[in-house]
Design a protein around this ligand. Structure first.
Ligand code: NAP
Length: 209
């Protein structure tokens, strides 16, 4: 006979950064059936700005241990290569790249043994578009970071990235940049977060193209 489930069975706890965005809302919907989701972003009840390492530190000091960290935030500057400058590249380096790297570095000490980190990249790492050189650079760097960090994570902590195609839900604004791409429903990208968090793999880039 199967063991009786305790009425008080504990659900895993996931910190989701960028929970109020197009992707974040879909990830939250995918996870909240099985997890307690702590929703964070710059505004709202649980605040964090990933461009500021001390803000990330304050967030973890407030929430304590979690079983998973998932990021659905990260900005870069889009602009033609001819107009790109050191300062414009620095936006993406500080936000989408080092924001997520710092989330992983600071957050790993607050993860339970065997916990996971899931970062966001995107199709531009390998399929460039005009005005997307910063996004391509940052996404590629994040994917290399995830592969490298995975082999050194302590206590069985896993780290993966989700690399989606452009979302159908974002096409009203993004269509002119993504002619000929096949947009995906954002819910498909959210499924990959479930795979990363609830699966067993590490160092993976889950492509949702
Ligand atoms: N949209 C697409 O088609 C697509 C495709 C592939 C990959 N991606 C990637 O997916 C990620 C999310 O995209 P999205 O379209 O869902 O963006 P979005 O709708 O603009 O949502 C961004 C989310 O991140 C939060 N956020 C922004 N800057 C932050 C910061 N510095 N610190 C903490 N939270 C921050 C925002 O909330 P607050 O404003 O309250 O901070 C919001 O919750 C991005 O990295 C993007 O490159 C998007």
């Amino acid at each position: 006979m199967p063991a009786k489930k305790s009425a008080k069975s504990v659900r895993p706890c996931v910190l989701l950064v960028g929970a109020s965005g197009t992707l974040g809302r879909a990830v939250r919907e995918e996870l909240e059936h099985r997890h307690d989701v702590l929703a964070a972003s710059r505004k709202g009840k649980l605040q964090v700005d990933i461009t500021d390492a001390s803000s990330i530190g304050r967030l973890f000091a407030k929430i304590g241990k979690v079983d998973a960290i998932a990021c659905a935030a990260g900005s870069v500057h889009f602009g033609p290569l001819a107009a790109m400058t050191d300062e414009l590249y620095a936006i993406g380096l500080r936000d989408k790249l080092m924001g997520q790297v710092n989330l992983a570095l600071i957050g790993r000490d607050y993860l339970t043994d065997g916990g996971s980190i899931t970062l966001i990249t995107g199709i531009l790492a390998e399929q460039p578009i005009r005005a997307g050189s910063s996004a391509s650079m940052v996404n590629g760097a994040l994917e290399a970071f995830v592969r490298a960090a995975a082999i050194e994570m302590p206590r069985g902590i896993r780290i993966n990235a989700v690399s989606p195609n452009v979302f159908a839900e974002s096409m009203p604004g993004y269509a002119p940049f993504f002619r000929g791409f096949e947009p995906i429903p954002v819910a498909r990208a959210a499924l990959a977060y479930g795979r990363s968090i609830e699966g067993a793999q590490t160092g993976q880039v889950y492509k949702v193209f």
